[in-house]
Each structure stands twice: as structure tokens, then as C-alpha cells.
Design a protein around this ligand. Structure first.
Ligand SMILES: CC(C)(COP(=O)(O)OP(=O)(O)OC[C@H]1O[C@@H](n2cnc3c(N)ncnc32)[C@H](O)[C@@H]1OP(=O)(O)O)[C@@H](O)C(=O)NCCC(=O)NCCS
Length: 227
């Protein structure tokens, strides 16, 4: 992103419908999102989405990612309930012409700060499909930490796959620049005792695969304390 470009997170508007259809109607985007994100992404779907955002109260917070006056993507978080009531799940997408310029990372940092400032959270998490290292890298750059892989936990486009779970905690990020976190802080957050993150996205991706395979064999699932 150049210094002169202005990135804003703001509420979705009716006037965003045409840009929403232009950028969201993309199979490459759909493949990396939950099925609630439709494909093809028609004007009717865009209208429905804006209506949901307009009427929303409570657990869901959604922003349009606006660059130079145009909505080019979306980002939002949803508060869970019951025993997960201190956890929110964050998700995002960006129009393909804008990929690779650091925009999703900048938007994610802003939305993460917003979540921690607006809601009392113990945990903000994101789940990434295993075939999406770009998104995992975006999360890492914004201070999220890999926790492990949930085997055969998703079914997308006719095939099963894995979720990779990353999480952020208020003590680790929020207004802090995650990239400068001391390694000790990262260690503390890695539930499965994965090796420290390497600087390169691919190597950290692979090393978590090895570590989780080693540390969580099927016969050694943690037991509930009451059992
Ligand atoms: C994932 C997505 C949000 C990334 O947006 P973006 O603005 O291009 O992301 P950024 O430019 O901030 O960062 C992308 C990073 O991924 C890296 N990357 C891209 N492709 C990669 C790949 N195949 N393997 C590893 N890293 C990759 C880039 O090099 C960059 O990291 P760097 O800054 O260390 O070089 C965008 O591609 C998208 O919307 N995809 C479809 C929807 C989606 O995946 N949403 C997330 C669901 S969890």
C-alpha cells in the first residue's frame, strides 16, 4: 500500500452494492470462506448482505474495507456464546485486484484493535483453510499465533479438509505491534508447544504441521479434568 492511499474500515452502505458484486463474485474468494458467503455473488446477494449489516444488533460486527472511496473487501467479527462467550471469531476477504499490497494485514490490525477495545474478550480467533497460506501469513503479520490443525473439520467444494486455527489474545496484541513481540510471549501463547515461528511464512506453516503431528497423536487426546 502506498502512503498516499487511504484505507478505512466503515459500515456497509446500499451504495456499495455494485462494488461488492464486482469484487465478491470470485470463486477464488469463495473457496477460502465459509459457505454463508455465496457464489455466484449476485446483486440480490449483495442487497441481502447489506440488509443484514444494517439490521444487525449485538454479536456481529462487520466493516467494509474502503480504499480511495471504494469498498474493496470486508472484515468482521462475531462474538460466540455459552462457555465461548469471551471468544470472537474474525474473518475477512479482499477483492483480487488488491491482493499482495498489505491491505488485508492493515485492515486486520485495525479490526483486531477494534474488537479488543469494544468487547471484553479473552480470545480472538481465526480459522484458515489449510490451502490458504496467504491468509495464515496475514494473521501472523497481525500478531495471531498458530495453535494447531483441526483434522477433517471442514467440507468445502465437495472435499474434506483441515482448519488451521490461529488465535490472538489481548495480552499479546491489541495496540501492540505484533511483529516486535518478544519470543517468550509467543511461546506462552502456543498451546501445542509448537516451535518458535520462523521468519518465513512457509517454514512456520510446515513446522506447525510437524509439531502438531508429533505432540497430538490420536491416542493421547487430553482428557476432561472431570473424567
Ligand atoms: C487472504 C487475503 C485476505 C490476503 O490479502 P492481501 O491484502 O493480499 O494480504 P497481504 O498483502 O496483507 O499479505 C499477504 C501475505 O501472504 C503472502 N503470501 C501470498 N501468497 C502466499 C502463498 N501462496 N504462500 C505463502 N505466503 C503467501 C504474501 O507474500 C504476504 O506476506 P509478506 O508480506 O510476508 O510477503 C486475500 O488473498 C483474500 O481475500 N483471499 C480470499 C479470501 C480469504 O482467503 N479470506 C481469508 C479467509 S481465512
Amino acid at each position: 500500500m502506498s502512503n498516499t492511499e487511504q484505507l478505512i474500515l466503515r459500515a456497509w452502505r446500499r451504495s456499495d452494492i455494485s462494488s461488492l458484486v464486482r469484487y465478491a463474485n470470485n470463486r477464488k474468494i469463495w473457496l477460502n470462506l465459509r459457505n454463508i458467503f455465496p457464489h455466484p455473488y449476485t446483486e440480490a446477494e449483495a442487497g441481502r448482505w447489506i440488509a443484514i449489516c444494517e439490521s444487525n444488533q449485538g454479536r456481529l460486527t462487520n466493516f467494509a474495507i474502503e480504499l480511495q472511496g471504494e469498498a474493496i473487501g470486508g472484515i468482521g467479527y462475531r462474538l460466540l456464546d455459552d462457555v465461548n462467550c469471551k471468544t470472537a471469531v474474525i474473518g475477512y476477504w479482499l477483492g483480487e485486484p488488491f491482493w499482495g499490497r498489505g491491505i488485508a494485514t492493515a485492515a486486520l490490525k485495525q479490526a483486531t484493535d477494534h474488537a479488543f477495545q469494544s468487547v471484553s474478550l479473552e480470545r480472538l480467533e481465526a480459522t484458515v483453510f489449510e490451502w490458504n497460506p496467504a491468509s495464515a501469513r496475514v494473521l501472523e503479520k497481525a500478531g495471531y499465533v498458530l495453535e494447531g490443525r483441526l483434522r477433517r473439520s471442514i467440507f468445502k467444494d465437495g472435499a474434506p479438509g483441515r482448519f488451521v486455527a490461529l488465535c490472538a489474545r489481548p495480552s499479546l496484541i491489541g495496540l501492540v505491534d505484533s511483529i516486535s513481540l518478544p519470543e517468550a510471549a509467543l511461546d506462552e501463547c502456543i498451546t501445542l508447544k509448537t516451535p518458535k515461528f520462523a521468519a518465513h511464512p512457509i517454514s512456520s506453516w510446515n513446522c506447525v504441521e510437524q509439531a502438531t503431528g508429533m505432540i497430538v497423536p490420536h491416542h493421547a487426546e487430553p482428557k476432561h479434568p472431570a473424567v
